[in-house]
Design a protein around this ligand. Structure first.
Ligand code: CA
Length: 713
């Protein structure tokens, strides 16, 4: 064994296990007073419906429906489909209640459909200023809605929370969840617990300080707010726990935001009356910048339990002390009750980005087991005595020599897992990926605040030293999805299916002993949940990221999934996905046994990449443009200016004329499409340096004989 140096012994408070002394007794009085429609009972016992994002408060995403099962799933066909009015990534799980299917769309739009026929009932558009997309790190996606009483709730990318009438889609109330003058984004689904609408936010890549807010479901009145990281001590602390947390930070972290945004996972246990929050990465990513003398930096990359009615802290477990790699613990949280080593336990489980699968006692926060579900290089194991990961010292060395596994996409990202109480297994849509993390002070000097490299750190997905032609195979080698079945009682793997593509799709399990998953190549599949055998697949014409769900109407079971390639995985990685011709066809598809529906024929054509006869920029300008491109453009338009297929590939035409570049990139001529202008953020000269860089990549692509397939008219 290599000698391990623990670089994390800084900070006065041990992050590992700070457990509360007691748990609150069940409080269901708020539920009893809830209006007609969706109540706590609806979400606890949904039967054939799917009234909450994870179906139930425990977020297991498992349905007891079994009319579609291993014997007959081969006969499943399309019942109906609805093309969606968007070309951006679709990550939402639909909800089903009282015969209606509710689906959120990019930007925070929402639609309702007749769940049996597919007829559109309404379409809500929050009228987001599309230029707000400049603050979205990872596409303008939205992962879902919440239902309570007769209301439906959705949050828009610009940080507003909307209460809509389930019947009409009309706005009942709206609040702006942002602190004034901050650039938060919301992509996650609200939850409603004890009559309170719970919502977090994203933006740790842009310098945010994370928090979770609870609003009265009837009025939108703010009831409590829990900050996940401390602010400037000079301003006072919002709670005693933040004073404790501040002891694990140093320097002037608040100037960098601190991070800890809770952008996806929540779970609720009405018996303990605790709300569990998945907390995100630090801001800046680079701990050397945000907390120069180290420290755990609570509560970044932690699971935090708070009292649902008040937001008061109860316990936390930090998965990645002093996070340095964007290892969020925002990933799906699942609650279950099970026998662990002879003792009945109320557990909470998570497979966060860092590659470890954690099982904790959710009453006390005690760590029960932790083992890596994917190969990792940043740590060797979790020390069960301290509850802390034992890091590989090279992982913080900022070395071009050391490949950190996993990279910032994580060994598992937002793609929902599922826990099947029949098989006793948790299924993880995992991914292999890696990155080099280096300190880059050229970028620090620029003082930009939205940046894939984010303040004084570069993350090099595929280093420049590797010739372009070799990148796709390397990427395939280091980046591939794996479907894993794992037993949380023993924290042992039961089976795994290596999948050829580099990013995953969300999961659904059912008591038909089935596991459903879509993939980015455009297939929707059903597996035997016991052994992983593939039993059925359906070609969907476009990549799927979102998790499927299932429901029953008039005694008939349906399986629904929203497709629409994009998001964090979809936008930046055209270099990897491009050759496979990924497309965004945003569409809700609903299947049933003997469904006879058919998808439309979609025309396609081939285009050859051409470098037109215009002068190219100087090498200096190309180099300057490359850095700027990495800060402003890469998240949407892709590394090496290769688009992943849903955002325009700049090399095919746009970059060619000076006038078009100025009109669109500088002046914002396509603002209504979601392409913000950068005047005021960059000089015209800098904008044109980006053009020079894109023109340079165009020339290289043309020399490679690059071509693409374009779908649609
Ligand atoms: Ca992040």
């Amino acid at each position: 064994m290599k000698k391990i140096m623990n670089l994390l012994a800084i900070g006065a408070v041990s992050s590992a296990l700070i457990a509360c002394s007691q748990s609150e007794q069940t409080n269901t009085s708020a539920a009893a007073a809830a209006p007609a429609g969706v109540t706590e009972q609806t979400i606890l016992q949904p039967g054939g419906e799917w009234p909450s994002i994870g179906r139930t408060y425990d977020e297991q995403r498992h349905s007891p429906l079994n009319a579609i099962n291993t014997d007959n799933v081969g006969n499943m066909g399309l019942a109906w489909y609805a093309d969606l009015p968007t070309k951006r990534g679709v990550e939402a799980t639909p909800l089903m209640y009282d015969g209606k299917l509710f689906l959120s769309l990019p930007w925070g739009q929402a639609m309702a459909f007749d769940a049996k026929t597919g007829q559109t009932l309404w379409h809500f558009d929050p009228q987001v200023d599309k230029a707000y997309s400049r603050y979205a790190c990872c596409d303008v996606v939205n992962r879902g809605m919440a239902l309570w009483g007769s209301n439906a709730y959705v949050a828009s990318i610009d940080g507003r929370l909307h209460a809509l009438d389930q019947a009409t889609g009309k706005t009942m109330w709206e609040v702006d969840t942002k602190i004034a003058n901050h650039t938060y984004t919301i992509t996650g689904a609200p939850r409603v617990v004890n009559g309170l609408v719970i919502i977090g936010n994203g933006g740790a890549e842009m310098g945010a300080r994370g928090y979770v807010t609870a609003y009265d479901s009837a009025t939108g009145e703010q009831k409590w707010r829990f900050f996940t990281v401390p602010g400037n001590p000079a301003d006072g602390f919002e709670s005693p726990e933040l004073e404790m947390a501040a002891k694990t930070w140093n320097g002037e972290w608040w100037k960098h935001g601190g991070g800890g945004t809770a952008w996806d996972a929540f779970a609720f246990d009405p018996e303990t009356d605790m709300l569990y929050i998945g907390v995100g990465n630090g801001s800046t990513w680079n701990r050397k910048v945000r907390s120069p003398d180290g420290g755990d930096n609570l509560f970044v990359s932690s699971i935090v339990a708070v009292k649902a009615d008040t937001g008061e802290y109860v316990w936390h477990y930090q998965t990645t002390p002093g996070d340095h790699w964007d290892y969020t613990a925002t990933q799906h949280l699942i609650l279950a009750d099970m026998d662990v080593e002879g003792e009945q336990r109320k557990i909470i489980m998570q497979a966060p980005k860092n590659g470890f699968f954690y099982v904790l006692d959710r009453v006390t926060g005690e760590l029960l087991s932790a083992d890596n579900y994917m190969p990792i290089t940043w740590a060797t194991h979790v020390d069960m005595e301290t509850g802390r990961p034992v890091e590989n010292p090279m992982a913080r060395a900022s070395s071009m020599e050391f490949q950190v596994v996993p990279g910032p996409s994580g060994a598992h990202n937002w793609h929902p897992m599922t826990y099947n109480p029949d098989t006793g297994l948790t299924y993880i849509p995992a991914m292999a990926n890696s990155a080099l993390y280096i300190d880059d002070h050229r970028i620090a000097d620029r003082k930009v605040v939205w940046n894939i490299h984010y303040n004084a750190e570069a993350v090099v997905f595929l280093p420049d030293e590797i010739p372009f032609e070799q990148r796709a195979p390397i990427a395939d080698m280091v980046a591939s999805a794996v479907l894993i079945a794992r037993d949380p009682k023993t924290n042992q793997e039961v089976w795994r299916i290596p999948q050829g593509y580099y990013s995953s799709g969300g999961l659904l399990s059912t008591s038909g002993n089935l596991l459903f998953q879509g993939d980015l190549d455009g297939d929707f599949r059903a597996y035997n949940a016991t052994n992983g055998e593939e039993l059925w697949s359906y070609p969907t014409q476009g990549g799927i990221m979102a998790a499927p769900m299932t429901y029953e109407i008039d005694g008939e079971q349906y399986v629904a999934v929203a497709q629409g390639w994009g998001g964090e995985s979809g936008l930046p990685f055209g270099v990897i996905s491009g050759p496979k011709n990924m497309f965004n066809i945003s569409r809700l598809m609903v299947f049933k046994l003997d469904g006879k529906g058919e998808l439309p024929v979609i025309p396609s054509k081939e285009e050859v990449l051409a470098d037109v006869d215009l002068p190219h920029g100087s090498p200096e300008s190309v180099a300057e443009g490359k850095i700027l491109y990495g800060q402003y453009c890469v998240f949407c338009h892709g590394g090496n200016a290769v688009s992943a297929g849903l955002i325009p590939d700049l090399r095919y035409g746009l970059a060619n004329t000076y006038a078009a570049w100025e009109a669109i990139v500088h002046k914002g001529g396509l603002g209504a499409n979601g392409m913000p202008g950068w005047e005021g953020f960059m000089s015209l000269e800098e904008t044109m340096a980006i053009r020079d860089y894109v023109r340079h990549e165009t020339k290289l692509g043309a020399e490679r004989g690059e071509r693409r397939i374009v779908r649609g008219d």
